[in-house]
Structure formats: structure tokens, C-alpha cells
Design a protein around this ligand. Structure first.
Ligand SMILES: [Ca+2]
Length: 219
């Protein structure tokens, strides 16, 4: 039994070799804008004239982002990347095969639900997208956590990462089109575990011990 427990803990230790990093800057929108052109520290918005507002209706802390389209057309875009906007780290060969998870809390504006589109792009050295994955989220009237499910692994050649959340155009309610609150954005890149040659040797040795115990029990 001892040998089996030791083997189990060894295997778990091997699986836990995957490291995790969170590259989002100011995911809770708590740090104020560094100047008048920014929504909140770390976050970029687009386009001009369809601003994302810094709201005091928060899921946690005291602030969130409100994506809204005051002029009734287009959409608000909120983004970070690893080439100077936000806190995402550059990608390299060591990241190939890593898998992303992105989650956030969102709710629709008063009396309305909303839609959010999330796009994640891995960019190559020349600046062009290597891979882009997207997902649509239906946002309900109360704060709800949403998770990006299209976990596309980092492809070879990717040097940077870009993600954006966009509010879609929809029916106008109270002068706002599809207004959506956003808070507590979390991004993690989980390193693919790479077993060392010694891992296999130890695994085989461990299986041998377990097999020997089983044989002894049967005898
Ligand atoms: Ca917050």
C-alpha cells in the first residue's frame, strides 16, 4: 500500500509540473486611468467616440468596465496584448503547446441582457495572426462568470498574444445599445507538462514495485 501511495504522489507531482501565469494587467479595473485617454490602467479601448466607461457598478472591488455604444451603432472594444498594451508577456518557443484559459464576470445593463464576443489571437514575428479563436457569450441581467472554452494551444511561430472583448450591436435600450458590464478578467497560460526521461524510468520502477506487491499478495 505504501508503494502504491508513493507512486500515486509521484505521478501527481509530475502532473503538477505545469506552471501557470496570469498576464492580465488590472483585470479587476480597480487601478485608475493613468491619463484621460485610457479607460483604466492596462486597458486599451476602441473606437474613439464609442468609449468604454469606467463604472462604479462592480462585481468585486469598486469599479468595472461598461462597454456601451452611445451613438447607437458599432461596438465598443476592450483589449490587451503583449506588444505594449497591458501586461501580457511575449510568447516564445517555450510556450508552444501551452493552453490558455480566460474567464471574466459580466452582466447586462439595467433591463437588458447583452452579447460579448471574445477574440484571442496569437501573432507571428511579422505581426500577422498565426491563429485566431473566437467565442460568443450571452450575458444575463445579473453578474455571471463566463469562461473561454476554445482553448487553442499556442502554435509554433507565435511571438505575441492579443485578446479583445467586443460588445455587439443590438436593440437600443435607454439610449444604450447592448451595454455590458465587465469585471475580474483572468487570463492564464498553462505550461504543457514535459516529462523528463528520469520520470519514465521512475514510473517503470514504481510500476514494478506495485506489481511485485500484487504478486506477493496473490501468493
Ligand atoms: Ca472590480
Amino acid at each position: 500500500m505504501k508503494a502504491q501511495a508513493a507512486l500515486a504522489s509521484f505521478l501527481l507531482a509530475g502532473a503538477a509540473g505545469a506552471a501557470t501565469t496570469n498576464g492580465i494587467a488590472n483585470g479587476g479595473f480597480e487601478a485608475p486611468p493613468p491619463d484621460g485617454n485610457w479607460l483604466a490602467a492596462g486597458w486599451m479601448t476602441a473606437p474613439t467616440g464609442n468609449p468604454v466607461q469606467w463604472s462604479s457598478d462592480a462585481h468585486s472591488g469598486s469599479h468595472s468596465a461598461l462597454l456601451t455604444v452611445p451613438k447607437g451603432d458599432g461596438a465598443s472594444v476592450l483589449f490587451q496584448d503583449s506588444v505594449g498594451h497591458g501586461g501580457l508577456a511575449p510568447l516564445g518557443a517555450a510556450n508552444v503547446g501551452d493552453t490558455p484559459t480566460l474567464s471574466f464576470w459580466a452582466k447586462g445593463d439595467v433591463g437588458a441582457n447583452g452579447d460579448l464576443y471574445l477574440t484571442l489571437r496569437y501573432m507571428g514575428a511579422a505581426g500577422g495572426p498565426v491563429t485566431a479563436v473566437a467565442q460568443h457569450f450571452s450575458v444575463s441581467a445579473g453578474w455571471t462568470q463566463h469562461t473561454f472554452l476554445s482553448a487553442a494551444a499556442v502554435p509554433a511561430g507565435a511571438t505575441s498574444l492579443f485578446f479583445e472583448l467586443t460588445s455587439a450591436a443590438g436593440a437600443q435600450v435607454g439610449g444604450r445599445v447592448n451595454a455590458v458590464y465587465l469585471d475580474d478578467v483572468q487570463f492564464n497560460l498553462t505550461t504543457a507538462p514535459v516529462p523528463e526521461p528520469e520520470t519514465y524510468a521512475l514510473l517503470i520502477a514504481g510500476l514494478g514495485v506495485v506489481g511485485a506487491i500484487a504478486r506477493r499478495r496473490r501468493a
